[in-house]
Design a protein around this ligand. Structure first.
Ligand SMILES: [Ca+2]
Length: 340
């Protein structure tokens, strides 16, 4: 009789504890779902509901093989955009409860809608399916991406007559490019490798495998120290320009309320990264520290003129002095844009 009573007591305690655990997980889940749409900013404290904190001995956040007991959106662990995390709550009774969550991190301040005016137009060869676009001196360096017929070309701004053309391997779809000293680094879409060319002769000097984290090759630029690449996600990868297979830093890109993925052509200019978003007529101005979008350029009017389908979209950003040059895949025009 005594034994039965003890067993019943243990069972009921167990049930109470299970119910309590369930409650904690429910409260945590509701909170996480609410915050998933609201989002956090970098540096913000993750203030979990009292029902969770009061019943917890410790709370740990884990990210793959890393973890922290500081409930803060620390840039050491979090990128802008979505972050997959696991909350581990050690309850006062010693149970460890575990719950996966998505933590969205947005830019602290709303991005500015940048005013601009078009001050000049130049012709653009409509056979060029622009994937990489860069001006140095008066020479445009451009990647013409095609299945079975990609080219690296140069021509003087103001002309459509190509000065130099290097045909690329049949199995390569050419993507973004960047000039570093006397070399051109160029990405390929899905070959998981990039090429290095001599800037003056366009002769192939070598190639490099992508770092494992980069799924594809989309855009490329150079900030004076590091190469910066996009791969069609929300991330930008800072690559060692001496060894582009090595990632030195990763940032995610987001505005105040929106994560921007499918980042494509890139250009670094005076402390900021400019990126266009695939199939959107916008260019983002991005703070390279953590990927906060500080301003957007709306080029809808240009896209209305030149975009008829999914392919002939805005893609191509470079700078001429302080003015931005923009064009698109197979567009007949390069626009020079002054920002006000
Ligand atoms: Ca560019």
């Amino acid at each position: 009789m005594k034994q039965t009573l003890i067993l019943a007591l243990v069972a009921s305690l167990f049930l109470v504890s299970c119910t309590k655990d369930k409650e904690i997980l429910n409260v945590l889940n509701t909170y996480n779902l609410e915050m998933e749409s609201k989002g956090y900013v970098l540096g913000e404290t993750i203030e979990l509901p009292q029902e969770v904190t009061q019943n917890a001995k410790t709370i740990t956040l884990s990210f793959g093989d890393q973890s922290t007991d500081k409930l803060v959106v620390d840039p050491k662990f979090f990128l802008l955009g979505d972050n997959a995390v696991t909350f581990q709550v050690e309850t006062s009774s010693g149970e460890v409860l575990s719950q996966d969550a998505t933590i969205n991190v947005f830019a602290k301040n709303p991005e500015k809608e940048q005013n601009f005016e078009i001050v000049q137009q130049y012709p653009h060869d409509t056979s060029l399916f622009t994937q990489g676009f860069y001006l140095e001196g008066n020479t445009i360096y451009e990647s013409d991406g095609k299945n079975g017929g990609s080219r690296l070309v140069t021509y003087p701004l103001g002309s459509t007559t190509l000065s130099q053309v290097t045909m690329q391997p049949q199995d390569v779809f050419a993507e973004g490019l960047a000039v570093v000293g006397d070399k051109i680094f160029q990405l390929t879409w899905y070959n998981k490798k990039g090429f290095i060319y001599d800037k003056n002769t366009l002769n192939l000097l070598g190639e490099f495998p992508y770092p494992g984290m980069m799924g594809e090759g989309w855009g490329l630029t150079f900030d004076g120290k590091q190469l910066i690449a996009s791969d069609g996600s929300k991330n930008l990868y800072f690559l060692d320009s001496e060894n582009p297979s090595t990632i030195l830093k990763v940032i995610g890109v987001a505005g105040h309320k929106e994560v921007f993925s499918q980042l494509n052509e890139l250009e670094y200019h005076k402390g900021f990264i400019y990126a266009n978003v695939w199939q959107k007529p916008i260019v983002l101005k991005i703070d390279p520290a953590f990927g906060e979008v500080v301003a957007t350029y709306d080029f809808s009017q240009l896209a209305l003129k030149h975009t008829t389908g999914n392919d002939d979209v805005l893609n191509g950003i470079t700078f001429k002095g302080e003015n931005m040059l923009v064009t698109g895949k197979n567009w007949p025009t390069i626009y020079e844009v002054r920002t006000n």
